[in-house]
Design a protein around this ligand. Structure first.
Ligand code: CP
Length: 306
């Protein structure tokens, strides 16, 4: 594939290639000199029309550790602020001949729209509520590092599923690797197509946690709630905030994940986010290795004549 739009385009073999490539790049991140010449002379545009800390920084670090040059474009400070359309922005970028465009955008389908209009690789760094493929791949890489296999494991995805591109991509990816996915959310925060997702649905957190091997908490996306439907935060936390006490219902060695950013005390108790079984910062480290792999595989595809 020229572009990475979502994990649904990947076969099991494609996923294995990403995991193996990420594993081979991982040790570069702990060397005294964290740079290899693999993508020297290549250019990567980081086009972020929505805020980001983890995804943007880790793509930037990943590209630079492979010696590619990176160019940032944000909504603020660009001609998007003057009302330039996505189409014109993209045609302008294409005229500068980059080797890859990494795009985050509030509209679902934005990465696909861009991919159809440029000859370089387009990597989806999160489009609206639709997909966040590199997040799901880094979540998988993190869990693989702990378990070696996801076969037979039960992963609970907890919280604001309705607005979560992370949940959607993980519901597509984790079952491909043999995991069972449970979604746990209040009815108002489940997507209308929840029944079509490869997951069992729960509205009671204590029930969802029984036998869980990992719990992935999701951020309550306050900025995406429909007007007037914002849940009462205290009531939400009372029913759905993951705490150490609640987690005792899960399997003894249960792991805790969160894609970030975290609303501490809303979707996860602050002490649990920092506890020994939390993989939250391992997810961030995995993000660099996985994004190195994605940039490498997509940028060198053309040179290899694939
Ligand atoms: N997980 C994630 O996408 O975080 P950022 O919004 O900080 O990139």
């Amino acid at each position: 594939h020229k572009d990475l739009l979502d994990v649904s385009q990947l076969s099991r073999e494609d996923v294995d290639v990403v995991m193996r490539t990420a594993a081979s790049f991982r040790e570069i991140n702990t060397r005294p000199v964290k740079k290899v010449p693999t993508l020297k002379g290549k250019s990567v545009v980081l086009f972020f029309a929505e805020p980001s800390t983890r995804t943007k920084t880790s793509f930037d670090i990943a590209a630079k550790r492979l010696s590619a040059d990176t160019f940032g474009l944000a909504k603020s400070g660009s001609s998007l602020q003057k009302g330039e359309t996505l189409k014109d922005t993209v045609l302008t970028l294409q005229a500068m001949n980059p080797d890859a465009i990494v795009i985050r955008h509030p509209s679902s389908g934005a990465a696909d729209f861009v991919g159809k209009r440029v000859s370089c690789a387009v990597i989806n760094a999160g489009d609206g509520w639709h997909a966040h493929p590199t997040q799901a791949l880094l979540d998988l890489f993190t869990l693989h590092g702990v378990w070696n296999t996801l076969a037979g494991k039960t992963v609970v995805i907890l919280g604001d599923v309705a607005h979560s591109r992370v949940a959607r991509s993980n519901c597509r990816l984790l079952p491909m690797l043999g995991a069972r996915v449970r979604l746990c959310a209040p009815r108002t925060l489940l997507p209308k197509d929840a029944a079509a997702l490869d997951a069992e649905v729960f509205h009671d957190l204590d029930a969802a946690l029984v036998g869980a091997d990992a719990v992935m908490c999701l951020r309550l996306q306050l900025e995406r709630q429909e007007a007037g439907l914002l849940p009462d935060l205290r009531e939400y936390a009372r029913r759905f905030c993951l705490t150490t006490q609640r987690l005792s219902r899960a399997n003894p060695d249960v792991k805790v994940l969160h894609p970030g950013p975290i609303n501490r005390g809303v979707e996860i108790a602050s002490d649990l986010a920092d506890a020994g079984n939390s993989l939250i910062l391992d997810q961030v480290s995995s993000g660099v290795a996985v994004r190195m792999a994605i940039l490498y595989l997509h940028i060198t595809r053309k040179d290899k004549g694939e």
